[in-house]
Design a protein around this ligand. Structure first.
Ligand SMILES: Cc1cc2nc3c(=O)[nH]c(=O)nc-3n(C[C@H](O)[C@H](O)[C@H](O)COP(=O)(O)OP(=O)(O)OC[C@H]3O[C@@H](n4cnc5c(N)ncnc54)[C@H](O)[C@@H]3O)c2cc1C
Length: 370
């Protein structure tokens, strides 16, 4: 079977759906996903900046499950510090409700085909396998929103994600954690850690590690880290790209957005905001009359996507060294304690405006002498 479209979007998670909503309405757009229902492994924690961004892209209220004002930071074997923010510093997206709303309110120019996999390119055509049918699609522009191991990137010769963490999350029927707890333990992941939070009905536990983990290890993690004897329920996982932007993300009429382009924070492991931002940039490039790749790069620059990710790369390198040394971790904990009432807002400020790093560091250092 053969058909044609102006825009073909591969992947209907945060990045793909955001392109579908932002693409010019006169472009016939085909959105596909290999799953029946987008089911990203993402925890769905977002900041106010991301929430505002999503509210500006999607014409419906963004469904939230919970918000958080407090966070406990535990340096395993060293100590802990409680952080507080008067305003909520983090929101938990109700992912299922979000994707349901997003797919049932798609703009009139967008057609969504679930259970449809992009398998490769055959000269000018994209080859799809949908409900076991082979479909060849002639497209004007192809958008790869297909995550960290993008097949669009591999089949078009674009850059691919160089390194990633193995991210896991599972539910746990225990109640000994309130708000958000983050545990830094280099034995599990240098450069990341274990998180747990009350999601409103159960405890969500997650971790990001440099190696793949087995189910039994997940149970051990909840036991050792959270002092909670729970069998992991619904374990899920995915790759968290930590190598920063891929070096070639656009060629002729094919471009990559979101995780496929490596647009995920290498330090915080946050990719929802950069997925949506890069989708907006791609949509603006689609609307322009100029070279799509040039406009896309200009838009990414204007929205400070690279600035944020490069800063996150630097923070990750620093953090890797610090979390591997007891002395440096003690010093860091001292700095964080001194900043405990504004640390969470400072982190948010960095997400909203990456250029504020110097100012934030100065504020943190001066707080040490108060
Ligand atoms: C455990 C974990 C927790 C995380 N928590 C957070 C968090 O709290 N906050 C945050 O901001 N970020 C978080 N992230 C990162 C975030 O999930 C990603 O950055 C974000 O989902 C990227 O969105 P995306 O649309 O680019 O890609 P993805 O969400 O990976 O979606 C890719 C989509 O493409 C589809 N697809 C793949 N290949 C094909 C194909 N060949 N044909 C058709 N469809 C295809 C997939 O089915 C999928 O729906 C987390 C990641 C992990 C792994």
């Amino acid at each position: 079977m053969a058909r044609s479209t102006d825009v073909l979007i591969v992947g209907a998670s945060f990045a793909g759906i955001a392109v579908a909503y932002s693409a010019p309405p006169e472009k016939r757009t085909l959105l596909i996903d290999r799953k029946t229902f987008p089911n990203t492994p993402s925890t769905g924690l977002i900041t106010k900046t991301t929430l505002d961004l999503m509210s500006s892209v999607f014409p419906f209220e963004i469904p939230l499950a919970k918000h958080y004002n407090d966070m406990k930071l535990i340096f395993k074997g060293i100590g802990e510090v409680e952080l507080h923010s008067d305003e909520p510093f983090m929101y938990l997206l109700d992912k299922e409700a979000f994707f349901q709303k997003a797919l049932s309110n798609l703009p009139a120019n967008v057609e969504f085909i679930p259970r449809c996999t992009f398998t490769g390119l055959a000269s000018d055509w994209a080859v799809l396998s949908c409900f076991q049918d082979r479909i060849e699609v002639k497209f004007e522009t192809l958008i790869g929103a297909d995550g960290a191991f993008s097949r669009v990137a591999r089949s078009s010769g674009l850059g691919t994600v160089g390194s990633w963490l193995y991210g896991y999350e599972w539910d746990c029927y225990a109640q000994n954690v309130r708000d958000i707890t983050f545990i830094i333990d280099p034995a599990i992941a240098r450069g990341y850690g274990v998180w747990a939070f009350d999601n409103g009905s159960t405890l969500s536990v997650g971790c990001a590690a440099e190696n793949a983990l087995k189910r039994g290890q997940l149970a051990l993690i909840s036991q050792e880290m959270l002092d909670t004897d729970c069998e992991p329920v619904k374990p899920r996982g995915g790759a968290i790209p930590v190598s920063g932007p891929v070096n070639k993300r656009c060629i002729d009429r094919i471009l990559l957005v979101g995780d496929a382009a490596g647009f995920c924070g290498p330090f915080l492991g946050d990719g929802i905001q950069t997925a949506v931002l890069s989708a907006q940039c791609a949509a603006n490039a689609l609307a322009s009359k100029g070279s799509i790749c040039r406009v896309y790069e200009e838009e990414l620059k204007a929205k400070q996507v690279h600035q944020y990710l490069n800063q996150q790369l630097k923070l990750r390198r620093m953090w890797k060294h610090i979390s591997g040394s007891q002395q440096a971790s003690r010093l860091l904990m001292f700095v964080i304690r001194k900043n405990k009432d504004n640390m969470l807002q400072q982190l948010n400020l960095l997400k909203a405006s990456p250029g504020a790093l110097g100012h934030v560091l100065l504020e943190m250092i001066s707080a040490m002498f108060k």
